[in-house]
Ligand binder design. Structure first.
Ligand SMILES: *Cc1c(COP(=O)(O)O)cnc(C)c1O
Length: 399
């Protein structure tokens, strides 16, 4: 990738996504499930750009959405309504209503109270809500605590016994139709045993439901497939598929999965320009024009992103890469090896395609970065750089 050319054409900080990589990741996962009916619902929150959604939609993906905004994005990008799932632990009445009116595939229910709300709203609209219930299997995904979601102490889902009770409730309600069973235990998962264990627990519930004539059509194994940021050994799509399928022999369910990071994480680069270097005592800082508002993962989760100096290699020494924001937590990397750098040099932050731009903000009144897609060797702008006018657009006349 010609980062120098992209920097001069689009300026920095700049997000760049390799669309061919996203396609290849999607196809490898689809292929892993080829023996079964499957639906890959891309987790929109990982990277919500409409062009990314459109690309995945063309490949056959559905969308896993966690807000009405994400459902609107998915519909806007042309994703078929029968491929859209609505997940999330807190859904507002207006969101539930919109989801029901949009006639999406199913709503993932995360609590008894939520189920009752959905029933009530379905009754008012005189509709039958297709739902699935998110089971919290109390399985340790062995990932960062902030992105672990399948333990009893997490806010997500309901335990197996409660889930069964809720399915029976659905069966007796004219406004609820249980069509799916759902489980998502966390993100950046590298341990195949966690998937096997969660799938086993969920599949047992599936069979118990079948025994009482609750016929579930969609088995949603969640997302969370880990990627390589540094030297992680990741789960292969085939092994993931086997861990799920091994528990489903003799059933006729459609397998659903909800990968986000796996599809887009390593497609993305955050390109940033060096402003200058400075030293405080022995500590070396490389100050760049991207910051925690552009990529919050290092600050939030202590996440590691590989950083490379474009076109330079000699004389590397330890440095922190920091942004201009007025927080000591504003760093993109700490204690990494970098060659001597000066104003105008470029750094590329890798593995930035997931939870990068989508978690970005405007802190310190910084306009968000532009986004560029590379496809078949050609680059194109898929989101403009924000301008100052965008930042103040919703503010009222000051007095
Ligand atoms: C975030 C999330 C995903 C995607 O997680 P990844 O680690 O990006 O694959 C899938 N399903 C649900 C319900 C989520 O909240």
């Amino acid at each position: 990738m010609d980062f120098a050319k992209l920097a001069s054409k689009y300026k920095t900080p700049l997000y760049i996504y390799d669309f061919d990589y996203i396609s290849a990741q999607f196809n490898s996962l689809k292929e892993a499930f080829h023996a079964r009916k499957s639906l890959i619902c891309y987790a929109v929150k990982a990277n919500s750009n409409l062009s990314v959604l459109k690309l995945l939609g063309r490949l056959g993906a559905g969308c896993d959405c966690v807000s009405i905004g994400e459902i609107k994005r998915a519909l806007f990008a042309g994703i078929a309504k029968y491929k859209i799932i609505f997940s999330g632990v807190g859904k507002d009445d207006s969101e539930i209503e919109f989801a029901l009116r949009s006639d999406i595939l199913m709503i993932n229910i995360e609590s008894e109270a939520e189920l009752k709300r959905v029933e009530k709203i379905a009754e008012i609209l005189n509709k039958t809500a297709r739902i699935s219930i998110r089971v919290n299997p109390n399985v340790d995904a062995k990932t960062h605590p902030y992105i672990s979601t399948g333990l009893k102490k997490n806010k997500f889902g309901v335990d197996v016994d409660t889930a069964k009770k809720l399915y029976i409730y659905c069966k007796n309600s004219p406004f609820l139709e249980p069509v799916g069973i759902h489980c998502h235990i966390g993100s950046q998962i590298l341990d195949i045993a966690a998937y096997s264990e969660a799938a086993a627990i969920t599949a047992e519930l599936l069979r118990n439901l079948k025994a009482i004539e609750i016929d579930i059509k969609f088995f949603d194994a969640g997302g969370g497939l880990g990627i390589r940021y540094k030297d992680e050994i990741t789960i292969k799509p085939y092994d993931f598929a086997q861990a799920v399928l091994a528990n489903l022999s003799g059933t006729d369910v459609t397998i659903v999965c909800e990968p986000g990071r796996f599809l887009v994480g390593n497609s993305g680069y955050l390109l940033t320009k060096v402003l200058y270097e400075k030293k405080n005592g022995v500590k070396r800082f490389v100050i760049v024009d991207a910051a925690m508002n552009d990529l919050i993962r290092p600050s939030l989760y202590d996440a590691y992103h590989e950083i490379e100096a474009v076109g330079k290699s000699d004389g590397a020494a330890l440095a922190d890469v920091v942004g201009p924001i007025c927080e000591s937590g504003d760093f993109l990397a700490q204690d990494i090896m970098l060659p001597p750098l000066e104003n105008g040099d470029l750094l590329v932050v890798k593995s930035a395609g997931a939870y990068g731009f989508s978690m970005s903000g405007n802190y310190n009144s910084r306009p968000r970065a532009a986004e560029v897609a590379i496809e078949g060797g050609k680059d194109r702008l898929i989101r403009d750089r924000e301008r100052f006018e965008d930042l103040i657009r919703l503010e009222k006349e000051y007095l």
